[in-house]
Design a protein around this ligand. Structure first.
Ligand code: B12
Ligand code: SF4
Length: 493
């Protein structure tokens, strides 16, 4: 095979059933994994990239197609692979689903690459170029110094956020989560100066630091986080960023101070539930250790630094009945959480939860691979000890409607403004709740009189005085806090 002119087409397939998730550039995120694959690919390959969040896949000439997929996107990945294979194009798939359901994926593509790709992608490419690719390569865990800077020129779509990863791994192994299985127990930190160099390559004003544990629970990890945040300030990066952390984020005032100073505006906290019983069930050890009574004080501490809280909550634990679900909703609305990720408990392959519920024959949507399309956390795939799968879904729709309606999310925005005194945090929180609303309520967003508009308001046409009045406040807030900054960057790749 000649070296020059080889075409690699990288594809991020998107489940067509969750278009609510990708209806707006602000809720569509670049697949970092494919940016790493591009960075690992030698120059004699031309790289093209399709993100179905923005553009539906259409066949085009290529020597090799590389697919990534979350579980919910796997059936769509298989459709695309079939089209490519029918045209004689070789297909390779990696990412979380390929790592957890390797044997299944091997039936649909020519080569599967499991785990982290840094060490095996070059080996696969070399085998491919010499005409001897194997059907399976196991990447395992990558030494952290081998992680390259993401190749960002491939991300040609108008994403609003840049994504970056500064560490991998999570020691916690929560029952419902596949991160420990994919990234290992060991917390692996990239060199701070290397991360800062990569941050200087980011072109967008909003940054999502995707680490599962931006501040791990050891002294050394806290010190590293502070060095990173101080470096961001020293290099005048001038970004607003969202990160992910555990409840211990609030433990250290110095961490909070430097996080805020470096642009941290919104922090996703894995809160999951507000009762000891529910946390015990999902083995959320860190929250149990801190105690549910500590939540409010932690939230206030974070708010005092001008940072808003995106609370990741799970509904549909084994012990949940209707009363428990409504109590969780009420806790969220009165707790100080600013933006809400209210997910349905979903048994992801590779987790303890999946293995147990499968063995108990409790998973209702279990016709794989077709049913993977429902594994996006907004569709009940099983029931609880007190609710059937349908009852859980119905209760969640009721809860989402009562949380994400326009009245409530505006009130939440004003509360955030009051608590954080940060206009940008308030507007970001509003946007996040609006996007979550559109995702979860997408089935109610339609032209029926009883439905919702895309703007999350009732289709009846009547608007409350509150909505009319707050329109003006919202417009001013948008103009002073957000508009110029985001518009300046729209469309930049
Ligand atoms: C950032 C992120 C998001 C972003 C999406 C960014 C994007 N477009 O990819 C947002 C916030 C939108 C998101 C949403 C969701 N997410 Co998410 N997310 C993550 C997170 C925290 C980091 C992913 C990341 O960027 N990692 C960094 C890159 C470099 O790693 P990587 O993608 O794994 O790539 C490496 C390898 O996998 C491999 N690889 C990847 N792709 C390919 C392709 C080829 C060809 C090859 C060879 C190799 C390869 O090589 C890469 C380098 O080593 C992970 C947790 C984690 N630690 O992985 C969860 C995670 C991926 N999300 C998860 C879930 C469940 C979701 C949701 C479905 C639900 C939810 N409430 O979060 C939604 C739906 C998203 C959708 N589009 O369908 C699960 C997925 C589990 C599964 N089996 O599907 C994870 C693993 C977390 C968990 N709780 O278990 N998520
Ligand atoms: S939920 Fe968070 S803490 Fe638990 S295993 Fe996943 S990444 Fe780690």
């Amino acid at each position: 095979m000649e070296g020059k002119g080889l075409k690699l087409l990288l594809i991020n397939p998107v489940n067509p059933g969750i278009k609510g998730l990708v209806c707006d550039p602000s809720s569509s995120f670049m697949p970092l994994g494919l940016g790493i694959i591009a960075a690992l690919t030698p120059d004699h390959w031309d790289i093209d990239f399709i993100d179905e969040s923005f553009e539906e896949f259409s066949p085009r000439p290529a020597k090799l197609v590389g697919l990534t997929a979350f579980t919910t996107n796997a059936p769509r990945a298989y459709e695309i692979a079939a089209i490519c294979r029918a045209q004689g194009i070789y297909t390779v798939m990696g990412g979380i689903h390929a790592s957890m359901m390797t044997e299944e994926v091997m039936q649909y593509v020519d080569t599967v690459i499991t785990g982290e790709a840094e060490t095996v992608w070059p080996v696969f490419l070399s085998d491919f170029e010499s005409g001897k690719p194997r059907p399976l390569y196991q990447g395992g865990i990558t030494p952290v110094n081998l992680i390259p800077h993401v190749r960002r020129d491939i991300f040609k779509y108008p994403y609003v956020n840049d994504l970056i990863q500064t560490s991998r791994g999570c020691p916690m192994g929560c029952d419902f989560c596949s991160v420990t299985e994919l990234c290992g127990k060991q917390y692996r930190e990239r060199d701070v100066e290397d991360v800062l160099d990569e941050m200087e390559e980011l072109s967008r004003p909003l940054v999502f630091i995707v680490d599962d544990h931006l501040v791990n629970n050891t002294k050394a990890a806290r010190e590293r986080a502070i060095r990173l945040f101080k470096g961001m300030v020293a290099r005048k990066l001038n970004k607003l960023w969202l990160g992910q952390a555990s409840m211990n984020f609030a433990d250290d005032d110095e961490v909070l101070y430097w996080a805020a100073k470096s642009g941290c505006t919104l922090i996703l906290l894995g809160i999951e539930a507000e009762t000891t019983e529910a946390l015990t069930e999902v083995k959320k050890r860190l929250n149990l250790k801190m105690g549910v009574d500590s939540y409010r004080a932690s939230f206030s501490k974070i708010h005092r630094h001008g940072i808003a809280i995106l609370g990741a909550m799970i509904f549909g634990m084994e012990s949940d009945g209707r009363d428990e679900l409504l109590a969780r909703r009420d806790f969220i609305l009165n707790s100080g959480i600013d933006a809400i990720q209210a997910s349905i408990m979903t048994p992801l392959p590779g987790t303890g939860l999946f293995n147990r519920r499968k063995a108990e024959n409790k998973i209702v949507l279990n016709n794989y691979p077709e049913d993977w399309e429902y594994y996006h956390f907004m569709h009940a795939t099983m029931g609880t000890s007190k609710l059937s799968q349908e009852e859980l879904q119905e209760t969640m729709e009721e809860i989402w409607l009562s949380m994400y309606n326009k009245d409530i999310i505006r009130k939440m925005m004003f509360k955030t403004l009051w608590k954080t005194r940060n206009l940008k945090a308030a507007y970001w929180v509003y946007g996040a709740n609006h996007n979550y609303g559109r995702m979860t309520l997408q089935q109610l967003i339609n032209d029926e009189p009883g439905g919702l508009t895309r703007n999350m308001e009732s289709n009846s046409g009547k608007r409350s005085l509150y909505l009319k009045l707050t329109d003006y406040i919202l417009m001013i807030l948008y103009a002073v806090s957000w508009n110029k900054m985001v518009d300046r960057f729209k469309g930049r790749s």
